[in-house]
Design a binder for this molecule. Structure first.
Ligand code: HEM
Ligand SMILES: *[C@@H]1O[C@H](CO)[C@@H](O)[C@H](O)[C@H]1NC(C)=O
Ligand SMILES: *[C@@H]1O[C@H](CO)[C@@H](O)[C@H](O)[C@H]1NC(C)=O
Ligand SMILES: *[C@@H]1O[C@H](CO)[C@@H](O)[C@H](O)[C@H]1NC(C)=O
Ligand SMILES: *[C@@H]1O[C@H](CO)[C@@H](O)[C@H](O)[C@H]1NC(C)=O
Length: 396
């Protein structure tokens, strides 16, 4: 009786706890407190330069000695990250600082590179045109945020630079010990920097952000909302007879189509990202689509109520459905994390979780009441025990 209810409770608990696990570590409201720093962080001005991965740039131009101080912070994801200065605005010809937390020692590593081209063998370590003030470069990890700090003397290249470019590597991929960086980065972004004052940074918006939001919205509505409600209806709507079955089928097919649309949007924008890496979000996404396809096909291949296979079919269908809902929840959380907890998507996620929890509670209360009154009725008429849900579903 309570088994489906327990499952839904566990599902909601996962969804709610997941929100707590994906909180944003750094923002401009916080002062930088990193002990490794060799210069004072106090006059730094702060801007979010690339919200997708929480790239926050703090910088200060000391005019009397013509020196720029920078502190770049980004979300930690076991990867390298980079900030480059480009004379033309393109990657080619620019000089960049690449930082990461060494997977061996846990120490921060920072090196300058000259980007002569877009292939790994044209990215040269220990070269470049930035005159970094010696012993000011630091890469360190605090509170799940990687910080890269350095000072640069304002001379030729930096003064001529038109753009600042940023890059963010794939999780688990690091430069090897000779500084060679395998393959492309997960994403890049650029902003303009006015070096005449050294103070104003214009932030453009990341074109992919919009597509990520659409993908996230469609996927959350499909799996967290439509398919979850469709599952409740299968459990709680049995008293309504075949109407319940029809609503269940319609909502699950609609959720499935919406889910496919969401995945198609993701395929669309990942094409615009350089490089293909089989990260968890993509793998889970495919597994979910495969399971959902099996569920939809299974509806067509449903044995008749009298069939001896009906029980086995029901067991498969219900359990695969549960696994699917759990996977979809995990994947939504991974996705929210990949989207750097985008406020819009986060709000939508919280709203859908709240609505579904509320619907679940109302359904569950009505359901328990009905069981109670059924018991009373059957006790009064002293007939055989009331038909269980499971038997009722068998008859649908
Ligand atoms: C070994 C490492 C790297 C490889 C193999 C690499 C490769 C590439 C490739 C193939 C593209 C074209 C992407 C596309 O067509 O979608 C690209 C673009 C870009 N890369 Fe890299 N890259 C590397 C490191 C870096 C670093 C360290 C930065 C500096 C922060 C950077 C900044 C950029 C930027 C801003 C773009 C887009 C703008 C443009 O096309 O000029 N890259 N990279
Ligand atoms: C990390 O978080 C703790 C607790 O919120 C805070 O006291 C500390 O200053 C943070 N560290 C940095 C480097 O921001
Ligand atoms: C600028 O540099 C000079 C010379 O090192 C130093 O005395 C001064 O405190 C610096 N200004 C700030 C705001 O850090
Ligand atoms: C910048 O550095 C690269 C590699 O170290 C060098 O080939 C190039 O000539 C330099 N460019 C300028 C303008 O100094
Ligand atoms: C790093 O990778 C490059 C390119 O594959 C290779 O030539 C170099 O020897 C490697 N260095 C180490 C220390 O493995």
């Amino acid at each position: 009786m309570a088994d489906h209810g327990m499952f839904f409770l566990a599902l909601f608990l996962t969804r709610a706890l997941g929100i707590a696990a994906v909180l944003s570590p750094d923002d401009c409201s916080q002062a930088v407190r990193i002990p490794e720093l060799s210069f004072s962080p106090s006059p730094l001005s702060c801007s979010v330069v690339w919200s997708r991965f929480n790239f926050i740039l703090r910088h200060y131009y000391n005019e009397s000695i013509q020196r720029m101080s920078f502190i770049l912070s980004v979300n930690f994801a076991s990867n390298w990250f980079a900030m480059g200065f480009s004379p033309t605005g393109a990657m080619i010809g620019s000089s960049a600082l690449v930082g990461y937390i060494s997977p061996e020692g846990g120490d921060g590593v920072v090196k300058q590179y000259y980007l002569a081209g877009k292939t790994s063998d044209q990215v040269f370590v220990h070269q470049g045109n930035l005159s970094i003030v010696p012993n000011t470069e630091v890469v360190t990890l605090h509170n799940q945020t990687m910080y890269m700090a350095f000072q640069v003397d304002m001379e030729t290249v930096l003064t001529k630079s038109k753009k600042v470019i940023y890059a963010y590597g794939y999780s688990g991929i690091y430069p090897n010990s000779s500084g060679y960086i395998e393959g492309p980065h997960r994403a890049t972004f650029e902003t303009s920097l006015d070096f005449s004052t050294g103070s104003s940074i214009a932030v453009a918006s990341d074109p992919i952000t919009k597509l990520i939001r659409i993908h996230g919205t469609v996927s959350i509505v499909a799996w967290q909302f439509v398919v979850s409600l469709g599952a409740f209806i299968a459990r709680y709507g049995r008293g309504w007879g075949s109407v319940c079955f029809r609503i269940h089928v319609i909502s699950q097919v609609a959720g499935y189509l919406l889910g496919i649309a969401g995945a198609a949007i993701a395929i669309q924008f990942t094409r615009q990202l350089s490089g293909v890496v089989w990260h968890n979000h993509r793998i889970f996404g495919i597994v979910i689509i495969v399971m959902a396809s099996m569920q939809v096909l299974a509806i067509c291949a449903r044995p008749k109520a009298e069939s001896k296979y009906r029980n086995a079919w029901m067991l498969c269908h219900v359990n695969l459905g549960r696994v699917l809902l759990l996977c979809a929840t995990v994947n939504a959380l991974i996705g929210l994390n990949l989207a750097n907890n985008d406020a819009l998507l986060m709000a939508l996620y919280i709203v859908t979780v709240s609505i579904t929890v509320l619907a679940f509670l109302i359904f569950e209360i009505l359901h328990q009441r009905r069981i109670k009154s059924n018991r009373q009725v059957s006790a009064q008429s002293s007939t055989t025990k009331g038909i269980s849900n499971y038997e009722m579903m068998q008859k649908m």
